[in-house]
Design a protein around this ligand. Structure first.
Ligand code: NAD
Ligand code: USQ
Length: 413
């Protein structure tokens, strides 16, 4: 199959590109390298020494004998170039990772809020409109987030995207009054995003529902939990293929951050009480899920297929305790920079991937140590001043805070 991977230079996109190429698919990466520009804006860098996209592609060719294509396109801005790409390359499927994905980055300032909404919403709408205009039958697989649901329970497990509701109606279809009677409907599970970034994924899901209904596009939306881990079977084959490892206060995600902190002797930074429960999935399972989604597309005219792409849930303070036990690290409860529930339960349905053959890679000491070892290996590249999470969610939190960096970064995009 010919597969275009939008955002294929990123943390998820690069290992997904290698995995699919290894499976024999013809893979072409599209990326505007904005994530690398954001590193420069933040004065941060991947803990692992990621190579340039050209070096990565050359190394994969050397190691596997397989060619990856690459095009530098800003899919949020260069609509005509994107359209031309789809017509010229005629992919059977497009995997859409190409969005600004950090919640703290999206909340740093009004500039960052506007950038995240502009980039993510235009990227998704441009892609959908271009697929329609290309006239090609392309399966779109999008990486969404568990955060569209918020992190709570309503006395039930969070379903895979849709909720059956029953309401009391008192009219017939012509608007004539009737006795009150119960009717059933299926709706998107009510959204409850916790950041501007997560909000863009809510907007995405409504765009998908519209284009599936109006244009019969075939769309799969993967509501993914927090990724942890760093290597896959492909990225481990050569140091030049190494994946990025974010640890800074904006882009580092909780479990990888704790493992990196343990490796460099920094206290584990638990926000608030650490009572936040979140969904997780290992990087190796993420690439498998993408493959499974590709192999099981919806038909034209179907509603959007939504899968919950997560394998387990954990409470933040339990993760910190476990890692402290394994590594001897200390735990520090820091004031929570975010506006989020201090404590929550989270129960999630993830049956679709399990039924389609996913064998979950769950949290194990061995895998935790693998990440910690990777972090220890590159510890000399760590800038400890980048570890604290400084992005604050509200003006009240900002009051009394030291000045934040300039509002209008020069280097993004
Ligand atoms: P990332 O920032 O490492 O990668 C995203 C890539 O997209 C980058 O290489 C960036 O340069 C590119 N990109 C962004 N905007 C673009 C544009 N306008 N045009 C072209 N390229 C653009 O992020 P990631 O961690 O790989 O996440 C990928 C996707 O998966 C995101 O959409 C994210 O929301 C989702 N996701 C990630 C996680 C996680 O834990 N990392 C969890 C759940 C969902
Ligand atoms: N947290 C800490 N200490 C830290 C870092 C984070 O306690 O040092 C806490 C946060 O306050 C939050 C939780 O850990 O309660 C998760 O934070 P995170 O940064 O690991 O994850 P999040 O901001 O939710 O975003 C990440 C990805 C995003 C993806 C999302 C999936 O960056 O792209 O959509 O995970 S989910 O969380 O399921 O919505």
């Amino acid at each position: 199959m010919k597969v275009a991977i939008l955002g294929g230079d990123g943390f998820c996109g690069w290992p997904a590109a290698l995995h699919l190429s290894d499976q024999g698919h013809d893979v072409v990466i599209v990326d505007n390298l904005s994530r690398r520009a954001i590193d420069a804006e933040l004065g941060a860098q991947s803990l692992t020494p990621i190579r340039s996209i050209d070096e990565r592609i050359a190394a994969w060719k050397e190691v596997s004998g397989r060619q990856l294509g690459f095009e530098n396109i800003d899919i949020a801005r260069d609509y005509e170039v994107l359209l031309d790409f789809l017509i010229r390359e005629a992919p059977d499927a497009v995997i859409h990772f190409a969005e600004q994905r950090a919640a703290p980055y999206s909340m740093k300032s009004s500039w960052h809020k506007r950038y995240t909404v502009d980039n993510n919403t235009n990227a998704t709408n441009n892609l959908l409109a271009a697929i329609v205009e290309s006239g090609r039958d392309i399966h779109l697989v999008h990486l969404g987030t568990m955060g569209v649901y918020g992190y709570g329970t309503a006395g039930m497990k969070i379903p895979e995207g849709y909720l059956d509701v029953e309401v009391t109606a008192d009219e017939d279809e012509h608007g004539n009054p009737t006795e009150p009677h119960r009717i059933s409907q299926e709706i998107l599970y009510p959204s409850n995003p916790g950041s501007i970034y997560h909000m863009t994924k809510v907007l995405d899901q409504h765009l998908f529902a519209f284009y599936a209904k109006n244009d019969s596009l075939r769309i799969t939306d993967l509501h993914q939990g927090i990724i942890w881990g760093t290597h896959t079977d492909q990225t481990i084959r050569d140091e030049r293929l190494i994946n990025r490892f974010d640890y800074d206060g904006d882009y580092g995600t909780v479990l990888n951050r704790f493992l990196m902190q343990a490796a460099v002797g920094h206290p584990l930074t638990v926000h608030g009480t650490g009572g936040q429960t979140r969904a997780f999935i290992h990087l190796r399972d993420m690439v498998r899920c993408i493959q499974i989604a590709l192999e099981n597309p919806p038909s034209s005219g179907d509603r959007v297929k939504i899968f919950n792409q997560m394998t387990e849930t954990h409470r933040v303070r339990d993760l910190a305790r476990l890692i402290a036990e394994i590594s001897g690290a200390t735990v520090e409860m820091v004031p929570n920079p975010r506006k989020e529930s201090a404590e929550n339960e989270l129960h999630v349905v993830n049956e679709t991937f399990l039924k389609l053959g996913l064998k979950p890679t769950t949290l194990s000491e061995g895998l935790l140590q693998e990440v910690e070892e990777t972090a220890r290996r590159y510890a000399d590249r760590a800038d400890l001043s980048k570890i604290p999470a400084r992005s604050l969610w509200t003006e009240q939190q900002h009051a009394g805070e030291p000045a934040t960096p300039a509002d209008e970064p020069a280097v993004v995009g």
